[in-house]
Write a protein that binds this ligand. Structure first.
Ligand code: FAD
Length: 409
């Protein structure tokens, strides 16, 4: 078997892999990205948060993303029992970019990967990881290329950016159960034909099911007259709906009064998708030989569109620590990578749990919010979940509990 050598091997060319590769390349570090698919390929996760634009800027990809023709996004809107609340991400507590995009992920991920290649990164498509060996002095991957031929790739370090592929967690037995119950999503892309002039295409619309407050819909408009439309609930909830997902999605749309009106003329010409049991965790996020980025590490829940932001933030944090390690510095991955990354993930975790318990919904739908507190909550919804100047990031559990009690009263 042929042996090749590089400084850093990255598994997966999705958002976390592409951002990490570009950042390492900027520092003059040799990187090879191994991607099992060819791009463009479908991926779920189409509503971005402004905070991820900071990572895109750091990776030198802002122009590529700004010029790709995606739907501009400036906030999030929530709809429950006839009440409509919107958050304007530019009116937030934390500094940083306040707008972003709603993107077809096949195109978006290709824009990032192509830009990483333009910057000098090597990406090998249709190269899939078969096994990993961490017992030698340096980690070594066995890779199968597009012809099915195996070769060995030895690196100083491996970044696993394989998303739901979760390559190293599976091969190294790192998977642990999530703290969240299993949920599933069914979704499709519709031609929306929304003619309501009040409808704001620049925001994701999250709607709560009228009878089940832990079931919610996403409506994510794109720039071409189509929308991503999906529903999330526990598996038992979907049992009472038709097996055909498009029929189930149509029926669910008709049950929520605002969506029923908005989507009255919608067409459903595209296939549906389903994904379940996606919440996942691991026993460790990094050692001195590998680090897990994005979904290859922990994935919480899609309700706040935080997945791509966490993926990119993990890439930024890991590259910072790794570049120091490659310069010969003694680094501690737990304190320098895992703990800072988990700070933001734990903030999102608190708000996700609050959403399903209903406490965060009470906060979001509260009719007379204090303007300053709304800005602080808005910052988190915009992805600035690592800004400890924000009291709702510094002490998420205590602050949210107190606020929810006031709102419930
Ligand atoms: P990915 O984007 O999954 O990329 C991983 C790459 O690794 C893929 O290209 C894959 O082909 C490759 N790969 C896998 N296995 C191998 C292998 N063995 N060898 C080589 N390559 C491999 N996030 C948001 O930000 N906004 C949203 O609106 C949103 N909605 C969501 C809705 C649902 C229902 C779910 C489940 C998730 C949603 N997410 C959302 C989360 C989002 O999809 C992910 O967090 C994000 O894609 C993670 O990026 P990543 O770079 O970690 O992995």
């Amino acid at each position: 078997m042929n042996l090749e050598i590089t400084q850093v091997a990255i598994i997966g060319a999705g958002p976390s892999g592409a951002i990490a590769a570009a950042l390492l390349n900027q520092k003059g570090i040799d990187v090879i990205v191994l991607e099992k698919a060819t791009f463009p390929r479908f991926s779920i996760g189409e509503s971005l948060l402004p905070a991820c634009m900071e990572s895109i800027r750091a990776a030198g990809m802002l122009d590529a993303v700004n010029n790709a023709g995606f739907q501009f996004k400036n906030g999030a809107a929530f709809n429950r029992q006839g009440r409509y609340i919107s958050f304007d991400f530019t009116d937030k507590f934390s500094p940083g970019i306040g707008t972003t995009f709603q993107v077809q992920r096949g195109t978006f991920d290709k824009v990032l990967a192509d830009d990483a290649e333009r910057q000098g990164v090597t990406i090998r498509y249709q190269h899939e990881i078969a096994s990993v060996d961490l017992d030698g002095p340096k980690p070594c991957l066995t890779v199968k290329n597009e012809k099915g031929e195996a070769y060995a790739l030895e690196a100083e370090f491996i970044l696993d950016a394989s998303g739901f592929g979760r390559v190293l967690p599976r091969l190294l037995n790192l998977e642990t159960p999530s703290c969240l119950p299993p949920r599933q999503a069914i979704f499709t892309h519709i031609v929306d034909h929304i003619d309501d002039e009040q409808y704001d295409r620049e925001k994701i619309l999250i709607s709560v099911h009228p009878e089940n407050q832990d079931v919610w819909y996403w409506l994510i408009p794109f720039s071409n007259g189509t929308c991503s439309f999906g529903i999330v609930g526990e598996p038992a909830f979907f049992e009472r709906y038709p097996d055909n997902h498009i029929d189930a999605i149509r029926q669910l749309a008709s049950e929520e009064p605002r969506l029923a009106v908005l989507l009255a003329n919608a067409e459903y010409p595209n296939p549906s998708g389903q994904i379940g049991g996606y919440s996942a965790n691991v026993s460790t996020l990094a050692t001195d030989k590998f680090a897990l980025l994005g979904n290859a590490g922990e994935f919480l829940d899609p309700v706040f569109s935080s997945g791509v932001t966490i993926a990119m933030k993990s890439a930024e944090l890991a590259v910072d620590v790794l570049s120091r390690q490659l310069m010969g510095e003694d680094v501690d991955w737990t304190t320098a990578y895992e703990q800072p990354l988990l700070k933001g993930i734990d903030t999102f975790r608190c708000y996700v749990e609050g959403w399903y318990k209903g406490t965060l919904q009470d906060v979001i739908f509260y009719p007379n919010p204090d303007a300053k507190i709304k800005q602080m909550i808005c910052s988190i919804l915009a992805g600035y979940a690592w800004d400890e100047d924000n009291p709702y990031v510094k002490e998420p559990v205590r602050r949210l509990k107190t606020l929810a009690t006031i709102c419930a009263e």
